[in-house]
Write a new protein. Structure first.
Length: 242
């Protein structure tokens, strides 16, 4: 992009920030020719003399959408806070290749859902070395601030969800494959609410689809539960807290 001196607007592409992949939509930002701002000095006869000016820092913004199979919009917060806590490597052809930058993420005003969240992203280049050109103004390194991607709020549970948790907590475990009763139906409803099972599979039978949905939930706890598809005491304890 160093070949262009216009504004990069409306460009979308796959990029990497700190090694993590993102899909950047509607990239906006200036990309001066040869990364320099040229100064023009008029002479008496009307001729313009061009003088090489200062190096311009890259500053870009774009929007991106993060998906969470667990139905928790805060699932990526830890990674986003990590990326905002230090200068990271940005890889983007539309932004000029590979460079170090300070990145900030903020929730977009666009409406999301429990399975996806929209973010506005700002990227400011960080210089890696001083210029060798005499009289060149050094680039300013932006201050790095640790910014929470989302504000922690007290988790609220609806009356229906609280009633479901209470009823499911009374069920005897473990559930056996092929078991058919109301407790299995309660489990399936809970998995449906969390996005692990489709509502059309609420059959009341502990079948293969339900086993796989339980495995997906166990996998989402990142090692806290054994991924075996068995709805036992430990899995029930974690599930009713969600």
């Amino acid at each position: 992009m160093g070949m262009y001196d216009d504004i990069v607007t409306g460009v979308s592409e796959n990029i990497k920030i700190g090694g993590y992949p993102f899909y950047a939509e509607n990239i906006n930002g200036s990309e001066p020719f040869n990364r320099r701002d040229y100064e023009f000095k008029p002479l008496l006869n009307g001729t313009l003399v061009t003088r090489r000016g200062k190096y311009i820092q890259r500053k870009f913004s774009f929007s991106t959408t993060l998906y969470s199979a667990t139905g928790r919009p805060d699932a990526h917060d830890k990674i986003l806070r990590e990326l905002q806590s230090k200068p990271v490597e940005v890889i983007s052809p539309a932004m000029g290749g590979i460079f170090k930058a300070v990145v900030t993420f903020s929730k977009s005003i666009q409406e999301g859902s429990k399975y996806h969240t929209d973010y506005d992203v700002d990227i400011t280049e960080v210089p890696e070395k001083k210029s060798n050109i005499p009289g060149e103004t050094p680039l300013v390194v932006p201050n790095i601030k640790k910014i929470n991607a989302t504000k922690k709020t007290t988790k609220t549970v609806s009356k229906e969800e609280a009633k479901l948790n209470k009823s499911l907590n009374k069920c005897k475990v473990p559930f056996r494959k092929g078991q058919k009763n109301n407790c299995v139906k309660l489990l399936q409803q809970k998995l449906i609410n969390l996005g692990f099972l489709d509502k059309k599979h609420k059959t009341g039978v502990y079948d293969t689809r339900t086993v796989n949905a339980v495995k997906s939930f166990q996998r989402s706890t990142k090692g806290k539960l054994i991924v075996d598809g068995v709805f036992g005491k430990s899995t029930k304890k974690y599930l009713v807290k969600e």
